[in-house]
Design a protein around this ligand. Structure first.
Ligand code: 13P
Length: 300
């Protein structure tokens, strides 16, 4: 079933788990994510980026997610979100296309400019009943050669996080607490999270759901501690792309004579499905779909 990110975050805040937010680029990844959510009986956010919209088209990718959510996840809530919106036009287009949530990522700009751009997007989103996520602090790539000390200067400052939320009115906040991007994590492992910093941020803005980007390759124990520290959304891209593509490479080699794309792609869908179900269990959200539905039914 299709729901809003607002509904999902309210449920996660109330019950103290994190909602998994997975990026899709096509029909097959969407099927894998939704089947994984159904297996884990967990609510899920499906998100797209501006580059995916360029690749697939806004309407086609929106309709793929919405149609599969309605038909293949009848008892599991699914919400659609724009990840890392960087220009106002694409944010407005996604809102007009029916997204229930957008991210405005101006985190690489100086604080004041980040506030101005974020507030502009938040105001537009709120006018249309849509939630907005902002980011303060900067996430770097694991393969950037930045020493841990230098990385600290990019991390979210708890006092600044509080003033950023007040100044912009964001509904959720992406934080930099040692989390990094990049495929290099798949081999080297993810660096440790600064949980003290997370606790300070959460202590200052306890009612604001915190978002952990760059969460691929983090161990379940690190995830568990982050969820205890107030993380309510966890973004995964690299690991599902890796699962999909490495399985595809393997299938193409194993079935070199096969030309039916459905037979070639089905194992990759299964790999995404299994990974997503496991992640949702790690995030503490397994079984939450049933409780969500019961709550909705009680509200009438
Ligand atoms: P990973 O690259 O670690 O999967 O993080 C993705 C992300 O945060 C997208 O918003």
């Amino acid at each position: 079933m299709l729901v809003t990110v607002r509904q999902l975050l309210a449920h996660a805040q109330h019950h103290g788990y994190a909602v998994g937010a997975f990026n899709t680029v096509n029909l097959e990844m969407t099927l894998g994510i939704i089947r994984g959510a159904v297996d884990a009986n967990a609510p899920v956010v499906i998100q797209v980026t501006e580059t995916t919209i360029q690749y697939a088209g806004l309407k086609p990718i929106t309709h793929i997610v919405e149609t599969i959510a309605k038909n293949a996840a009848v008892n599991v809530p699914v919400a659609l979100h724009l990840d890392h919106g960087r220009n106002f036009r694409s944010i407005a287009e996604c809102i007009n296309a029916g997204f229930s949530s957008i991210m405005i990522d101006a985190s690489d700009l100086p604080y004041d400019e980040n506030v101005v751009l974020t507030k502009q997007a938040v105001d537009y989103a709120h006018k249309h009943g849509v939630q907005a996520q902002g980011e303060i602090g900067q996430l770097k790539k694991a393969d950037d050669s930045i020493a841990a000390l230098v990385r600290e200067k990019y991390m979210t400052d708890p006092i600044e996080a509080e003033s950023f939320v007040k100044a912009t009115g964001v509904d959720s906040l992406a934080v930099a607490i040692g989390n990094v991007y990049g495929i290099a994590k798949m081999e080297r492992g993810a660096p440790p999270l600064d949980l003290d910093r997370l606790n300070h941020i959460h202590g200052r803005i306890p009612s604001v759901p915190l978002v952990l980007h760059g969460a691929s390759a983090l161990k379940p124990e690190a995830i568990r501690l982050a969820v205890n520290g107030g993380i309510r959304v966890i973004n995964i891209v690299t690991e599902i792309e890796h699962a999909f593509t490495s399985r595809l490479r393997h299938t193409l080699q194993a079935y070199a004579e096969e030309y039916d794309p459905r037979i070639i792609l089905e194992p990759s869908i299964e790999s995404v499905q299994r990974l997503v179900a496991q992640k949702l269990r790690d995030f503490g959200s397994s079984g939450a779909a049933k409780d969500f539905l019961t709550g909705q039914a009680a509200k009438g």
